[in-house]
Design a protein around this ligand. Sequence first.
Ligand SMILES: [Zn+2]
Length: 648
Amino acid sequence: MKVTDFSESRYAELEGIPLENVEIQDCLLSDKMEINRSKSIPHQLSECERTGRIKNFKIAAGLAEGEVSEHLAADSDVYKILEGISYDLANTDKNKLQREMEKILDLLEKCQEGNGYINTSYQTGGGYLTQSYTTAEDESDRWKDLEHGHELYCGGHLIQAAIAHHRATGKRKFLRIAQRWADLVTEKFGPTARHGTGGHPEIEMALVELYRETEKEDYLNTAKSLLNIRGGKSSGLDGSKYLQDHKPIREQKELTGHAVRQLYLLSGITDIFAETGDDELWEVLSSQWKDLTDKKMAVTGGAGSRYNGEAFGEPYEITNRTGYYETCAGIASFMWNWRMLQVTGEAKYADVMERTLYNTILSGMSRNGREYFYTNPLEHDGGKDLAEQHRGSKRRTTEHFDGTACCPPNLARLLASLPGYVYGKGEKSLYVHHYVNSELNHRIGEKEVTITQGTRYPWKGDIKLKIDPERNLEFSLMLRIPNWAKNTEVRINGDTLNLEPRPGKYLEIHRKWESGDEVNLEFPMHIRKIVANPKVSGNTGCIGLMRGPIVYCIEEVDYPDSELYTVTLPKDAELTTEFDEKVLEDVIIIKGEGKSVPYTQNLYKDLENLNSRRIKSIDFTAVPYFVWANREPGAMRVWIPVTESVLR
Ligand SMILES: [Zn+2]
């Protein structure tokens, strides 16, 4: 099964490779996937039980009575978990989770109404709607709150889960439920109905994928309608930037408003572009992507810096302590960049995927797989108030399921689907988008080829690709050279390659491959000191640390004798790396000598009174950002003041 199926998309250069053909083994990502499979997904399902999300379906089906669970878009959390279980089925045997899933599908079948409608909040007259709707059981209240009702949003997740289930099992039961729903949406929102559009995009990409799965063009046309009506009088929305409704879609050239909404919308636009080749939509996509990467993305790949509205801010408003960077926004950016990669075949999109995955996305889940971050700020003071503001970013918590729980199941489905994002297929070419210890079984034309990727990436930069075609096979191997990887070495069967690998591009190696051929890549894995554009004013005088795709941070727990805010790093500090197997699993940490620049309790003082004699050398330790808050609560920062900039 594929995560997305671009095989028939006329305006896409690439397509994905079925998950079951890729086995990720014995590495950071396989560890995360195993934790997701064995701990997170079962735990999330039980959280859905505990918090009434499953019971909502029983109530809607008339099989139970009682209080309806009041959580925003509660159905979508269940759908995302079902999607995650389905991806896992591609790589694991039938198991207990599959039986759980089948039980939920029976429920869905029972609570779906004759016309295809399904949404437990509206069907039960409860849920979070109780404040604005007192008679939600009355059908006339449906489809009215397009801004915040999340009916189309939940339906989008229903469709995506059903497609994953169909691709994984071949069974049509779930897909039939989704199609009945999509037919109803087409009737209400398709080209002839034009009832409006949804306040939280999601359904657009789901409908395009359903079109790919069923070849029913109505779904593509409905997705187009939902898009094109945006920003006009009949959108059914409030005309706000928050909902990306402030102007017609083709005039929206900058990222704005709620980050997850914006990035899901862009994913849907990319899907529509892949089918239609609509040039105006490409203008929107390319200019918004530039806006993200030139002006609005955190060094961790985090998107949506603004707490207020979980939104994109102004250009260069990339904040640290108040930075928001919802886990879902990271996932949405990953999904959007994947789609841009399929359409263009350009490595820069895979670079953003990598940055976002290894930093802001992996940060969203704890080591034990049961606690989650909703937001991923770049700095934290360890204190209570800010933690509350960040909904649990002081420590990861499971409390999300007592409220809006969008991020945990989004992580569950993404981690389960990772094998589908590693490789790609072009015309007579095979793309290696991501470096991960894995085995790929693939077919080019009539011939099988196995590619074994041996590596300890992202910790080590050497990658050994063993190519084993069933018979000699001519094709282009396209290797992504990450944009940070200058002076990459490439060897084939021991010989240095007479081609220049360019960072941020794919390196094409075209030849007739023979069994046993071996390609060796050597990416430079030195520690990089990063500075931010001066317009990101909060980072003036600070450096960030990166090694390969990993962003580092300093954490209070590593500085028992100095307050974290006094820790600085001299500009020319020599830094070394070591594997830390005891404290933080098998990750590489950074060591060196830092300087603590103590300060008194005064809020302000004259510079001349800053006593440089009290500066002391300290052991400097930085850990990968994604592992922060796994030991004990405390302060953390990604951007570290340069000693000289503090002292002047
Ligand atoms: Zn979320």
